[in-house]
Ligand binder design. Structure first.
Ligand code: MG
Length: 251
């Protein structure tokens, strides 16, 4: 083999290697089709019922999946005959017995039909993901407040893209997709995210969770693993009701 032939051969081998590394444009449809892994089958719920793989947290029959956040005793909220539950004033928040990380959460809530007080003190409750991050529940109909604390806000962090509440006294739905933050050696290395759909309207679009959602002060980032889902007793006789609560774990 001459030196020139040898050089040409080396060059062409390098070219083939380069082209395979770049992934040559497919020329048949089959090259861009794959069959594994096959996604699991999930049967959707009919008329608002949970899908087949959901963990049902409240179906109207009992508060067995919940405890008092204050002292871990039985949840004290009111179980109604219509399949809902209502915040019992000043009995404290309630939280799930089970801990969750990233989830898809479905929850329905209702402000009391009889309006009382204004601003943050009208039908205030909240859904805390991972026990730390509040999606605000509030009766905002004809009731202005700071927009980063209005209904559907990530409390004091993210203003909702729209105010999509139904009339006061009717049932709202929240469909929430929560991805938990990640921590290494006590430090946050990846922020959590929240997506919220309120009555079918996208109001939080994969927003970055900056940390906890306190009333006073900046968000904090304590390292954590899975935690309970928590519902807020705002402590001012808010009389907010909840029903049809289920989650699908995302990890
Ligand atoms: Mg609240």
């Amino acid at each position: 083999m001459s030196k020139l032939t040898s050089k040409l051969l080396t060059l062409s081998l390098l070219f083939v290697g380069f082209m395979s590394a770049q992934e040559v444009e497919p020329t048949t449809p089959e090259e861009t089709e794959f069959y594994e892994p096959v996604p699991p089958k999930v049967t959707p719920g009919e008329n608002g019922a949970p899908p087949s793989d959901a963990i049902v947290l409240f179906d109207g029959t009992s508060l067995d999946k919940w405890i008092s956040s204050r002292d871990s005793t039985a949840a004290k909220w009111i179980l109604n005959e219509d399949g809902s539950m209502t915040v019992k004033d000043r009995t404290g928040d309630i939280q799930t017995k089970q801990n969750f990380g990233s989830v898809q959460l479905h929850i329905e809530w209702k402000s009391p039909a009889e309006v009382q007080r204004d601003g943050q003190n009208r039908g205030n409750s909240g859904v805390f993901l991972n026990n730390l991050y509040e999606v605000q529940v509030l009766d905002n109909n004809d009731n202005d407040t700071y927009v980063n604390g209005q209904v559907g806000s990530i409390y004091k962090q993210h203003v909702p893209l729209a105010m999509a509440s139904v009339p006061t006294g009717e049932w709202n739905t929240y469909d929430i997709i929560y991805h938990a933050p990640e921590f290494e050696k006590g430090q946050k290395v990846k922020s959590g995210t929240l997506t919220v759909i309120h009555n079918g309207v996208l109001i939080q679009d994969h927003v970055e969770i900056k940390g906890t959602t306190p009333y006073i002060g900046w968000p904090k980032n304590p390292p954590h693993g899975k935690g309970p889902l928590r519902l807020q007793d705002h402590g001012d006789n808010s009389r907010v009701s909840y029903r049809n609560i289920w989650v699908r774990e995302l990890e």
